[in-house]
Ligand binder design. Structure first.
Ligand SMILES: Nc1ncnc2c1ncn2[C@@H]1O[C@H](COP(=O)(O)OP(=O)(O)OP(=O)(O)O)[C@@H](O)[C@H]1O
Length: 251
């Protein structure tokens, strides 16, 4: 069998925080694989540990036990690009300045990095806004900048932490369509976190349904629905009802 270049493998990953008076168990023995170029959704109730898991995957935090391998080795900076719920753009930098940042930090020549950044700015539909500052953009546009920036980092894997959670419903639907279009044009491995069942089903090739804290994998769904998907399709609604029935309540 061919070795998948960007495969991620987690084995028995647990996370426990030691606070002054107690232990907080957040992740309990998670084992799963992420396949190259798949759109994987981590779906779970509020406060179940999704962000902690993404931070561990991004190497921003360390698991208490278990192993994570990326293409057979420990992930390192640059392997992963992140898009956060709260935009996390540099407010004093223009759209171009934000999108070119990671390449600039790597010392890439200005012309080369700006050409690359322009490509991704065009891809997310922000051509003409290169010189705008974040405060001049709507929420949806800011999140497009975040996506362009993650793409421009040239990471093979994108981690998206509830990126559309702060947007109004209409913009959220638009962005769901956009991210699929971008991903279909320019395949990468995407790990997308949400607590929204419809969003998970609209986007994912595969959904890992997490339990309430400490998060365990309750169930895996391989979403066998053609794209573009429809929120009102009968099969979509059947999946939705099944997942809702299996979802733990927020804690
Ligand atoms: N440094 C820490 N010390 C103690 N507990 C922590 C720490 N960081 C996170 N937690 C706990 O871990 C739990 C999971 O937090 P996390 O932010 O990962 O949830 P989430 O699933 O992303 O939630 P949401 O969907 O609401 O964004 C929370 O209950 C939080 O209190």
């Amino acid at each position: 069998m061919a070795v998948l270049k960007n495969k991620i493998e987690l084995k028995n990953v647990s996370k426990v925080y030691e606070t002054r008076d107690k232990q907080v168990e957040v992740l309990n023995n998670l084992s799963f694989e992420v396949h190259e170029n798949e759109f994987l959704v981590l779906l779970g109730p509020g406060r179940c540990g999704k962000t902690v898991l993404l931070n561990i995957l991004a190497n921003l935090e360390k698991q208490t036990s278990g192993t994570i391998e990326f293409a057979g080795r420990r992930p390192k900076m640059g392997d992963l690009g992140m898009v956060f719920q709260k935009y996390a753009l540099f407010p004093w930098k223009t759209v171009m300045g934000n999108v070119e940042m990671s390449q600039k930090l790597k010392g890439v020549d200005k012309k080369v990095r700006q050409e690359k950044a322009q490509e991704y700015i065009n891809l997310v539909g922000l051509k003409g806004f290169e010189n705008s500052l974040p405060k001049q953009l709507s929420g949806g546009m800011k999140q497009r900048v975040g996506i362009a920036r993650a793409y421009a980092s040239e990471s093979d894997i994108l981690l998206l932490d509830e990126p559309f959670g702060a947007l109004d419903a209409q913009t959220r639907y638009q962005m769901e369509d956009e991210i699929i279009k971008i991903w279909e044009k320019n395949k990468k491995t995407i790990i997308f976190v949400t607590n929204n069942v419809e969003e998970a089903l609209y986007l994912g090739d595969r959904i890992l349904l997490l339990s309430s804290r400490p998060a365990e994998i309750k169930k895996e769904y391989v979403v066998d629905l053609p794209r573009p998907r429809s929120y009102t399709d009968k099969a979509f609604l059947e999946y939705r009802n099944e997942i809702v029935d299996n979802t733990d309540l927020d804690i």
